[in-house]
Design a protein around this ligand. Structure first.
Ligand code: AHR
Length: 493
């Protein structure tokens, strides 16, 4: 039996909807043949695949990062505007192949507008110049009668697009990145860029390029950039064939958040900043099977448990994590898979969907007491240098909770990581009482409604039900390997 005590009087913070963000890169079949397909009968008049668009709309993403990723470090945005047939074909260095430029800035921004999501553009600090970056900001955001804004108007968009979020380069520390820099070189260059972009667009919110949160790169970049940026980015990918390593590795994000938060606080104190930059986890996911090519990872339900845990961690740390972008959304390491005929979803889709649907305005304190994982950790092979054995013990059930602003509604997200055993949980809300019927949605690998699934893509099953609160509490039995959302009304105790 697991007891979960929730304390709505102890808020963690306002939950920013940008935590339910996405990322799409010009990589494999993510854009071309994924969300954009001019030759498809399923496209709309702009070339957007309607089936993909409607699946993405269900996820209610707060923000969508584009165009990369590694791709951006060799991307010249001005190639991707104006009449499509006049756009140049270019060699693509990050993933190999060519870039047709038929999907560019205006297509991406129209896509975000269609989804009702905030755009977030990552700038090319590899082969790109500051002049080019300024032109991009001017093209997107300037309301005046200036050259690049005029070009935007001639290309059909009168009003500024109002892009608020701009990333200062992608993974600039890595030798896989075109034009990689040392941390000191990055700070020197990014400082010039940040100052100039702010002069052109004082409303721009800038994201410094971070690594994993605990690296020397992060310290140098945070110390150098904290006064000029609004977010520091972190990336994390985990994954392993070993069940427990796969399911528990997301806890490494807790270490990353802890370390980055300390570095950000230290910089803010030493530099007398009123507010430190916050964390943008602008790439995260399970990824370990297909490391090259089009990265068409096939996910199983174990990966879905990891994804659910990642989102619980972001909710529990929402005072610092103000943005997080699932990398990626379509075909390449993605919840959505397309064929020419259809689009379907992989198991990791369900925790992303249910989290985004259930989350309320304020994350609150949750204390879980119950059985802990009794397994040899980091026993299995991992693609990534993540060790979490020093972070445990881990409870079998991982939990996060949000309430609405008036503390009258509560939503809980629970991951039962036990591979074989159901786990009964009792929910206690301190100083409040659960009342009436609480609704329950549970997703498991055991499938009774295998819908929307293609050969090679694993099914998952979503069951809905309800449970009556008794004496202000709710008791629910979670199936093994399951993700559950419980939503209910709160009354004063
Ligand atoms: O998301 C796939 C790749 O992973 C991105 O292009 C890069 O930023 C990271 O290394």
């Amino acid at each position: 039996m697991t007891r979960i005590a929730i304390d709505p009087s102890r808020p963690i913070g306002h939950l920013d909807r940008k935590v339910f963000g996405g990322f799409v890169e010009h990589l494999g079949r993510c854009i071309y043949g994924g969300l954009y397909d001019e030759g498809s009968p399923l496209r709309d008049d702009r070339g957007f695949r309607k089936d993909v668009l409607s699946l993405l709309r269900e996820l209610r993403m707060g923000v969508l990062r584009w165009p990369g990723g590694n791709f951006v470090s060799n991307y010249h945005w001005a190639d991707g505007i104006g009449p499509k047939d006049a756009r140049p074909m270019r060699p693509e260095l990050a993933w190999g192949g060519e870039e047709s430029n038929r999907f560019g800035t205006d297509e991406y921004l129209a896509y975000c507008a269609e989804l009702g999501t905030e755009p977030y553009i990552c700038l090319n600090m590899g082969t790109g110049t500051l002049e080019e970056a300024l032109a991009w900001v001017e093209y997107c955001n300037d309301a005046r009668d200036t050259y690049w804004a005029g070009l935007r108007r001639r290309n059909g968009r009168d009003e500024p697009w109002r892009v608020t979020y701009w990333g200062l380069g992608n993974e600039m520390y890595g030798d896989w990145q075109v034009g990689a820099l040392s941390a000191d070189e990055y700070v020197r260059e990014a400082t010039r860029w940040a100052r100039a972009i702010r002069m052109l667009d004082p409303g721009a919110k800038l994201v410094s390029c971070g690594m994993n949160g605990w690296n020397e790169w992060d310290r140098v970049v945070i110390d150098g950039m904290a006064g000029l940026t609004d977010y520091h980015s972190l990336h994390i990918y985990t994954g392993s064939e070993d069940y427990w390593t796969n399911v528990l590795a997301p806890h490494q994000a807790e270490r990353a958040i802890d370390c980055a938060r300390s570095l950000l606080r230290r910089a803010a104190y030493r530099q007398k900043l009123a507010t430190p930059p916050r964390i943008a986890y602008d790439e995260w996911n399970v990824w370990y099977r297909n490391m090259t090519g089009a990265l068409e990872e096939r996910y199983d339900f174990t990966d879905a448990l990891a994804v659910a845990t990642y989102l619980n961690i972001f909710v529990r740390n929402c005072d610092w994590v103000r943005m997080a972008n699932l990398a990626q959304m379509v075909n390449a390491i993605a919840p959505i898979v397309t064929t020419p005929e259809t689009a379907t979803v992989q198991p990791i889709w369900y925790p992303v969907l249910l989290h985004a649907q259930a989350a309320l305005e304020v994350a609150v304190d949750v204390h879980v007491s119950g059985p802990v994982v009794d397994a040899e950790l980091s026993a299995g092979p991992s693609r990534w240098p993540h060790r979490v054995s020093d972070l445990g013990p881990f409870t079998l059930v991982d939990a996060a909770a949000t309430v609405n602003a008036h503390r009258r509604r509560i939503a809980l997200t629970l991951v039962n990581r036990s591979p074989e055993e159901p786990e009964t949980v009792e929910l206690i809300v301190r100083d409040y009482a659960l009342e009436g019927e609480a609704s329950i949605r549970t997703v498991t690998a055991e499938s009774s409604n295998k819908s929307r699934v293609l050969p090679g893509v694993e099914a998952a099953s979503l069951e809905q039900g309800s449970v009556a609160a008794k004496d202000g509490r709710v008791v629910v039995t979670l199936p093994p390997r399951s993700f559950t959302v419980i939503e209910g009304d709160l009354a004063d105790d």
